[in-house]
Design a protein around this ligand. Structure first.
Ligand SMILES: Cc1cc2nc3c(=O)[nH]c(=O)nc-3n(C[C@H](O)[C@H](O)[C@H](O)COP(=O)(O)OP(=O)(O)OC[C@H]3O[C@@H](n4cnc5c(N)ncnc54)[C@H](O)[C@@H]3O)c2cc1C
Length: 426
């Protein structure tokens, strides 16, 4: 049997892998490096995740078989070489992944191979919960209620043993230059350690503190969930045992929510989910300043620079920079989404584009006209200015009273720009 790995780079709580190892004499865990997918700044993180998966599979008696090329053609080739009877995978939602799954299904039928898709990329499989009279949930709160009430899949450990067919060549990992980000290393081992520690030490403070920008009170599990280094079902199940878990589990539900939206609306990265008449600005200078973290609005610049140096950004900062780009500068959400997709370690189709459309008012927000005021947000979520000080060193010497309004400082702060003109300031 072939297990075609994609966004499920783990051995724990992997339904397809566990069932294959229980049923088949030989199992080939296969990863195909697809040249059509640009891993962008995620390349190094991906390779670390693959190295870790390979090490775990070797500990279980198997290996990770790696091939390069078209995943459908390579999976069929390996199936032919090993006389496999089946190709199984974890179901995904992006238009590209769905097209790959459909091709694989057709080819498997033509070659008399069993083809099956398993859950595991989300807590609740996208498409499973449907509102009366609709194909998917468009509003989060009713989805959350249905999601909470749905029975969740039982979490499993790793398979006891992975037996490879004799003589198979494991193959080399794809090249993966490390991104500029030092502190988040890829892989299931790191993900599980992070999860253990975070549940024990931090979850209790999450409900009250998760919006505080300077404190790093969130789990930072998103890159690991992105690559499936940890199972979202396991994260949800284990968190549920802790006091105060609901606020955190609700965020995992947001992730599922956007996955079911992306499944139902494959054009999410390209077209308005809820069309809205906006004359988007073509101001290239403003877009460049936003990308560079040089808008002159400290809280926006801090978020944008955190993204550039860490490959990650706090959710509150993502909301602030996204609202600023689309609602204040009037620049199209696709400009922001592309930049995020390039730099984020956790960048994935459903969450990135679903959130960008939400922020821009073309998505699932029931109050599409809301616009965040960056100054008010900064005073509320970074009251002492420590988040800004950490990411915008030019402003580090300013006192808390001026750090979010450096244009009021005298003398002027050298090297830091005046705010870009927006409808409310000029
Ligand atoms: C404009 C914009 C773009 C975004 N792009 C992405 C993206 O490409 N990939 C991504 O994983 N998240 C994205 N998010 C959602 C959110 O910002 C991140 O998931 C979160 O900051 C990750 O940090 P964490 O793991 O510490 O989250 P925690 O607060 O610890 O939450 C736990 C998990 O819940 C999920 N989650 C939390 N908030 C959201 C949310 N708003 N939407 C969906 N899932 C959520 C994530 O998987 C996260 O790891 C985006 C948000 C915005 C506003």
């Amino acid at each position: 049997m072939i297990i075609l790995h994609n966004r499920d780079l783990r051995v724990h709580d992997h339904p397809a892998l566990v069932e294959a190892c229980a049923r088949a004499r030989h199992v080939v865990p296969l990863f195909v490096a697809d040249p059509a997918i640009r891993p962008r700044h995620r390349a190094g993180f991906l390779v670390e995740a693959l190295e870790d998966l390979r090490a775990s599979l070797r500990d279980l008696g198997g290996d990770l078989v790696v091939r390069h090329g078209d995943p459908v053609a390579e999976a069929l080739r390996v199936a032919g070489e090993t006389r496999a009877s089946a190709i199984w995978a974890s179901a995904d939602v992006s238009a590209y992944a769905r097209a790959r799954e459909r091709r694989l299904e057709r080819e498997c039928a033509a070659h008399r191979l069993d083809f099956r898709l398993f859950p595991g990329v989300t807590v609740v499989p996208p498409g499973l919960l449907r509102p009366a009279g609709g194909d998917h949930y468009r509003v989060f709160t009713p989805y959350w209620r249905a999601w909470r009430d749905a029975g969740h899949r039982q979490v499993t450990g790793p398979p006891p043993l992975v037996r490879l067919p004799p003589g198979i060549e494991p193959g080399g990992l794809p090249p993966g230059p490390r991104g500029p980000y030092g502190h988040l290393r890829g892989g299931e081992t790191v993900a599980r350690r992070r999860l253990d520690l975070w549940l024990k030490l931090c979850l209790a403070d999450y409900a009250d503190g998760h919006d505080e920008l300077a404190e790093d009170r969130t789990s930072m599990l998103s890159p690991y969930l992105r690559f499936g280094c940890v199972s979202p079902g396991e994260v949800a199940a284990r968190a549920t045992g802790y006091p105060g878990a609901e606020a955190f589990v609700r965020q995992l539900c947001w992730r599922d929510f956007f996955h079911q939206v992306a499944l139902a609306f494959p054009d999410l990265p390209r077209r308005d989910y809820r069309p809205r008449r906006v004359d988007w600005s073509e101001d290239g200078h403003a877009a460049d300043a936003w990308r560079a973290g040089m808008t002159g609005v400290p809280i926006v610049d801090a978020g944008m620079r955190q993204l550039r140096t860490e490959g990650w950004m706090h959710n509150r900062a993502r909301l602030i920079v996204g609202s600023y780009l689309t609602k204040r500068l009037g620049i199209h959400w696709r400009v922001g989404g592309e930049h995020f997709a390039d730099l984020l370690l956790d960048g994935d189709v459903a969450n990135n584009w679903g959130n960008w459309q939400w922020v821009a008012g073309t998505g699932n927000d029931t109050r599409p006209n809301r616009a965040l005021n960056p100054l008010r947000q900064a005073r509320r979520f970074d009251p002492d200015g420590d988040y800004v000080r950490r990411h915008v060193p030019e402003l580090a010497a300013l006192p808390a009273s001026l750090i979010h309004e450096p244009w009021k400082a005298a003398p002027k702060v050298p090297g830091y720009p005046a705010p870009l003109p927006t409808p409310d300031n000029g």
